[in-house]
Design a protein around this ligand. Structure first.
Ligand SMILES: Cc1cc2nc3c(=O)[nH]c(=O)nc-3n(C[C@H](O)[C@H](O)[C@H](O)COP(=O)(O)OP(=O)(O)OC[C@H]3O[C@@H](n4cnc5c(N)ncnc54)[C@H](O)[C@@H]3O)c2cc1C
Length: 461
């Protein structure tokens, strides 16, 4: 594709559309990368920060007419290079569209602009005793970005991922047309579901400018349980039985001893029961203390049938924070070790232990440590090869290929929540048939015939 250039005339037109202060042509390094572990930074030619949908529409119309690549960006916390403007051009930052337009307590919905961050949204809802259950770990991520990546996180067992909470969208198509899809509706069977097609499309089809989300009443109690086992197989085999017993934790995470030791060093805090081999961390909601104790009693019963050694309930805020820090700061601890890549393979949850075993073999074969932890309740395993050895591009790619092959052979796929972006797009043919990929190309072409929307991501042409 031969793209057009961002000329001084185009910069002048952009300034006329959004005002001089919202067009940047210098100091753009902050927009040249996201949180992808092996970044290939690319500075955009211009950064534009529209303040409303009408401006987004005008910018897209101009980009489409002049064939200028356009990359939407939210908080830049993505882990797959989705917000890196690999072809330069216009970086469309949604950071100034951050109004919470409505919190509708009668319908349990909220309507927001895409630049609202998770932290801002959680805070605003809490003031109404309400709650948005989707919880990806990084709270500076924007709602637009979480929709574009279909972010998952730690509460997917009970509430699902972002997709399950999106009721409606306003989106701008590359030609500048604005569409509304879905709304404050519990049911909708009117034609193809464009809302769900745009969710997870990583900015390659349209720019999301308005979002209607399903929200919930805040739980009265949110507690966690930390459960040690002598091996990972026992820990993982518990999970289906917890769910079969009718217990619905909001999330179930697993960790192994290596992670526990790493987090103790990183946070400089000792973790309880740290000598065992494998651990489950369960997040549980309840309306009363009695209900919480009843639920934890049933969890204890199931876990002990699977050889759980103990069940630890932190009973102070500090003890709870120590455990949460071990989970939430994990990404930064591994980064400090020299993380070179990050896979977020998802497998059927009953196969997690087999998959982790296979990853251990891959690690031994390449002689590279691979750290594994993740969401036991939904089968999403995060894998980080670390150390000097993986700086070699061909070794890194060979390891990732082996990891993806193993996940796919167990009925899984290559990304559970981070998306393909730029980092994983070359691996898509391993996971999907050419027929399906060709259908995706035709969908992309129907939305974006000139391929200006976030080129170089998700699909190759
Ligand atoms: C420490 C840490 C922990 C994390 N934990 C999790 C986790 O548990 N679960 C999880 O799923 N993710 C996690 N992430 C990844 C990241 O937070 C998510 O991918 C998040 O959804 C990205 O949001 P963002 O606003 O930063 O988007 P960006 O990184 O800015 O963009 C991501 C993608 O969305 C597109 N995009 C952004 N805004 C729009 C828009 N308005 N319209 C159309 N396209 C748009 C971009 O073009 C890009 O392709 C974590 C990241 C970090 C750094």
């Amino acid at each position: 594709m031969q793209y057009g250039k961002v000329t001084p005339e185009i910069i002048a037109q952009l300034k006329e559309m959004v005002g001089e202060k919202n067009v940047l042509t210098e100091g753009l390094e902050n927009y040249s990368r996201d949180e992808m572990p092996h970044p290939e930074p690319r500075t955009p030619d211009v950064v534009v920060k529209p303040e409303n949908t009408a401006s987004v529409a005008r910018i897209l119309q101009l980009a489409n007419e002049k064939l200028i690549p356009l990359t939407p960006r939210g908080g830049g916390t993505g882990l797959s290079g989705g917000a890196i403007p690999v072809y330069g051009g216009i970086l469309l930052s949604l950071e100034k569209m951050k109004k919470i337009l409505e919190i509708d307590e009668a319908n349990f919905t909220a309507t927001v602009e895409p630049g609202v961050t998770l932290a801002e949204f959680y805070k605003a809802l809490a003031e109404h005793g309400l709650y948005y259950p989707v919880y990806p770990g990084e709270l500076t991520a924007t709602l637009g970005g979480t929709i574009a990546t279909n972010a998952g996180g730690m509460r997917a067992v009970k509430y699902g991922v972002t997709r399950q909470s999106v009721l409606g969208l306003e989106a701008v198509l590359p030609g500048g047309d604005i569409i509304q899809s879905g709304g404050k509706l519990v049911k909708c069977s009117t034609g193809y579901d464009l809302t769900q097609l745009i969710v997870g499309s990583e900015g390659t089809l349209a720019v999301v400018t308005g979002i209607t989300l399903k929200i919930a009443a805040s739980p009265k109690k949110a507690e966690l349980l930390f459960i040690p086992f002598n091996n990972l197989h026992d820990a993982i085999s518990c999970v289906p039985d917890i769910l079969k017993a009718g217990i619905q934790p909001i999330g179930i995470e697993f960790m192994q001893k290596d992670i526990i030791q790493l987090m103790e060093r990183y946070n400089n805090k000792e973790l309880p029961l740290h000598d065992y081999e494998a651990f489950l961390m369960l997040f549980v909601e309840a309306d009363t203390e009695e209900e919480f104790f009843a639920i934890s009693g049933r969890i204890d019963e199931v876990c002990r049938k699977h050889n759980a050694v103990d069940i630890y309930m932190p009973n102070t805020d500090e003890a709870k924070r120590t455990l949460l820090d071990a989970r939430e700061k994990f990404y930064f601890a591994v980064q400090a070790m020299g993380m070179s890549d990050l896979a977020d393979v998802v497998v059927p949850r009953s196969r997690i232990a087999d998959f982790v075993e296979e990853v251990k073999k891959i690690s031994a074969r390449h002689n590279i440590p691979i750290i594994a932890f993740g969401h036991a309740g939904d089968g999403n395993v995060h894998l980080q090869p670390v150390g000097e050895g993986v700086k070699d591009e061909s070794i890194r790619k060979a390891i990732m290929t082996d990891i993806f092959k193993a996940g796919i052979s167990m009925g899984g796929t290559i990304s559970g929540e981070h998306g393909l972006g730029f980092a994983k797009k070359d691996f898509l043919p391993m996971a999907d048939s050419e027929t399906k990929i060709e259908l995706m190309r035709r969908i992309k072409h129907a939305f974006d015939p000139n391929h200006i929307m976030n080129p170089g991501k998700v699909l190759d042409f």
